[in-house]
Each structure stands twice: as structure tokens, then as C-alpha cells.
Design a protein around this ligand. Structure first.
Ligand SMILES: Cc1ncc(COP(=O)(O)O)c(C=O)c1O
Length: 383
């Protein structure tokens, strides 16, 4: 990088974004070409040969991702699940086991249980925020991978990443953190000892609900070689325009996460004081079991608030009654969204050990005016 900037918000803007050498364009061009002219057979310019193996716009995003997560290598994929699948297949052999947080994105559980399970990958589920439970699970049978989301989805449990990394490494396991909810603006898992960071860049990194994507960031060169080979050999890469949109989103990540966190704190405090609300899950609240750990481990509490109403019916009614919060899957965009996990994002884990309570609604709090958001949840609670 030619710009001498190394703090988070500056890296997010500048890493991988050198001005175009030919024209001086401050925004590097989007490279759509699928193939690259060679100067004699094998004479590649900059190592580019074919779009699946490499693309300058994807390289720019990968450089930016590695910089903001403090990794040595980053890989960008067509979706978060494509990134997860590539990592899992790069690391696991038939018979290996994954120890998975009990409160992770339902699609991660589905990928492991229904896609990789039939290929011989084993799965055990544990509450990763409970170190005794993790210790006991590891002692019973050492897993190949510990996989955690913190804050988790949708109950926003907080796991001590440094502590988990110590437990995992002592057992010879790879420690993977899905950092989609916190983002590197608020939490840096590699610095805390994790081996790999996973993202659905569809969420906060893209930030505008207009591009699906995923990423892996890691330090180890040997693992990077395996992941890079599989990314090339299987080919679930991000397209150039998707990579460019994600890069553009990341440039404003620091300011967006600050505003998401402020608005979410206001919504959580309002809901906590409301008579129709049974419980609010938000790591920024002093009442949250993981509050102190989150305050140590994160530099902000993020934009997701989960709320329990008095019944499943009340939760469904609330989710269908908001107007500024739109009823939709996904999260992390500038616009506020409401989701009923049991029938939407987590429908695939209904009836499993990863099932979510029917009384809860998950709010992805956007960057609108907080007063409009409070008015909206207030009117929806009265319906
Ligand atoms: C925490 C988390 N990880 C991974 C994924 C999967 O990402 P994608 O939908 O981009 O494949 C999601 C999707 O909702 C998610 O919320």
C-alpha cells in the first residue's frame, strides 16, 4: 500500500486500493476480463492467467480483508457458506469431528450435518460460551475444529475467544471464529488467538444488502495454500462486481458499526424497559450474561438486538407489525430488518439441538434516525 496508514479505519479505506498505475484513477477499475494476455507461453503479467484462479479486483478485496482482520492471507468467495465449505473441506478428513457452538447460523449446522455428514464428517454441538462444557467435550473426544460465533446468532451469547483458543490449541484443534456479527471494526479474533476468521460479507462488510459474498482470513501459510488450492479447484470465487461492491462497503465499515452500535443500544434500552417484553438479549446491556466479557473483547456491542416476547404468537405479531424494520432474512445492511428466527433464518435447525426459542425476534438495527426506530418498535409492541 502506498498510503502510509495503518489504523483500522484507514486500512479499511486504503488497503488494496492503490491508485491505478496507468491512469491515476483513485478508485481502481473493476476488472471484468476472464482471461489475460501472456507475453509468450507462461509469461503472465502480475500472475494473472484466468478469472477463477485470480482477478485484480478480487485481489484488491482480499488485500483489504487481510489488512482489516490482521491476517496474512484472505480469500473471497461467492457466499459465506461457500467460504465455510471450502475451509471445512481443506481441513477435514472423513472421521474428523467439528465441535460447533449451539447457537450458530442455522446454515452452518445444515452444511455440517446434511452435506458434510454423509461424507464422514462428524458433528457435536456445545455451548461455547460455557468453558466447562467445552473442556468436557474436548476431554471426551478431541475435535479437529472448534467453530464459534461470538456474538452468536440469534441469542448473542459471548464466547471468550482467547480462552477458547487456548483450550482448542491444547487439544490440537483449529479454532475458527465466524466474525460476521461483530466485524473486525469491533472484534479482532486473530489477535485474540483464533486461527481462522470466517465472514458472510453479505452482512456488515458489504453493508448495503446488495451483494452476497463470503471470506476466510488466516495467518498460517500451509493452511492458506490448501485453502487457495481448493478455492481454485472448486471455484466458488466472488465475481468482479461483487468483489468491488464489497470493497466499497468495507471502506465505511468503521463509521457504520459505530452508528449501528449506538442505535442498537438505544433500541435495546427501550425494549428492556417495556412491559410487553419478557427479555432483551444485547451484549451492551448490563443485564446480559456476557456483558463484561464483551466489554473487554469488543470495542463496541454491534447492531443486533434479540428480544423475547411473552409467547411465540406475540413474537410473530411483533415481527409482522413493524414498519421501518422490514420483515426480511439477513442482517447488517444500513436499513433496519426484523426476523422471526424459528420460521426464517433458523427454520433448518427446528427440532435439532440448535433450535431457537419460538418467543424471540431478531432485530438488525440499521443506521436510520434512532427516534424513528424507537417509534416503530413502540407501535409494533402495541399491536
Ligand atoms: C453468522 C453467519 N455466518 C454465515 C452465514 C452464511 O453466509 P451467506 O448467506 O453469505 O452464505 C450467515 C448468513 O446469514 C450468517 O448469519
Amino acid at each position: 500500500m502506498t498510503v502510509p496508514a495503518h489504523r483500522f479505519a484507514s486500512l479499511a479505506v486504503h488497503a488494496g486500493q492503490d491508485a491505478d498505475a496507468a491512469t491515476g484513477a483513485v478508485i481502481p477499475p473493476v476488472h471484468f476480463s476472464t482471461t489475460y494476455a501472456q507475453d509468450g507461453i507462461g509469461g503472465l503479467r502480475g500472475g494473472y492467467e484466468y478469472g477463477r484462479s485470480g482477478n485484480p479486483t478480487r485481489t484488491a478485496l482480499q488485500t483489504q480483508l487481510a489488512a482489516i482482520e490482521g491476517g496474512a492471507h484472505a480469500f473471497s468467495f461467492a457466499s459465506g457458506l461457500a467460504a465455510e465449505d471450502t475451509l471445512l473441506r481443506a481441513v477435514l478428513q472423513p472421521g474428523d469431528e467439528v465441535l460447533l457452538g449451539n447457537d450458530v447460523y442455522g446454515g452452518t449446522h445444515r452444511l455440517l450435518s446434511r452435506v458434510l455428514g454423509p461424507w464422514g464428517v462428524k458433528l457435536r454441538v456445545v455451548d461455547m460460551s460455557d468453558p466447562d462444557a467445552v473442556r468436557a467435550a474436548i476431554a471426551a473426544r478431541p475435535p479437529r475444529i472448534l467453530w464459534v460465533e461470538t456474538p452468536s446468532n440469534p441469542l448473542l451469547r459471548i464466547t471468550d475467544i482467547a480462552g477458547l483458543a487456548e483450550l482448542g490449541h491444547a487439544a490440537g484443534a483449529l479454532v475458527v471464529v465466524d466474525n460476521t456479527f461483530a466485524t473486525p471494526a469491533l472484534q479482532q479474533p486473530l489477535a485474540l488467538g483464533a486461527d481462522v476468521v470466517v465472514h458472510s460479507t453479505t452482512k456488515y462488510l458489504g453493508g448495503h444488502s446488495d451483494v452476497v459474498g463470503g471470506a476466510l482470513v488466516l495467518r498460517d501459510d500451509a493452511l492458506a495454500e490448501k485453502v487457495g488450492f481448493l478455492q481454485f479447484a472448486v471455484g466458488a470465487v466472488s465475481g468482479p462486481l461483487d468483489a468491488w461492491l464489497t470493497t466499497r462497503g468495507i471502506k465505511t465499515l468503521a463509521v457504520r458499526m459505530q452508528r449501528h452500535s449506538e442505535n442498537a443500544a438505544a433500541v435495546a434500552a427501550f425494549l428492556e424497559g417495556h412491559e410487553r417484553v419478557a427479555r432483551v438479549y444485547y451484549p451492551g446491556l448490563a443485564s446480559h450474561a456476557g456483558h463484561e466479557l464483551a466489554a473487554r473483547q469488543m470495542s463496541g456491542f454491534g447492531g443486533i438486538v434479540t428480544v423475547a416476547l411473552e409467547s411465540g404468537a406475540a413474537a410473530r405479531r411483533f415481527a409482522e407489525a413493524t414498519r421501518v424494520f422490514q420483515l426480511a432474512e439477513s442482517l447488517g445492511g444500513v436499513e433496519s430488518l426484523v426476523n422471526y428466527p424459528d420460521a426464517m433464518t433458523h427454520a433448518s435447525v427446528r427440532g435439532t439441538e440448535a433450535a431457537v426459542p419460538v418467543e424471540i425476534v431478531r432485530l438488525s438495527v440499521g443506521v436510520e434516525d434512532a427516534a424513528d426506530l424507537l417509534d416503530d418498535v413502540e407501535q409494533a409492541l402495541r399491536v
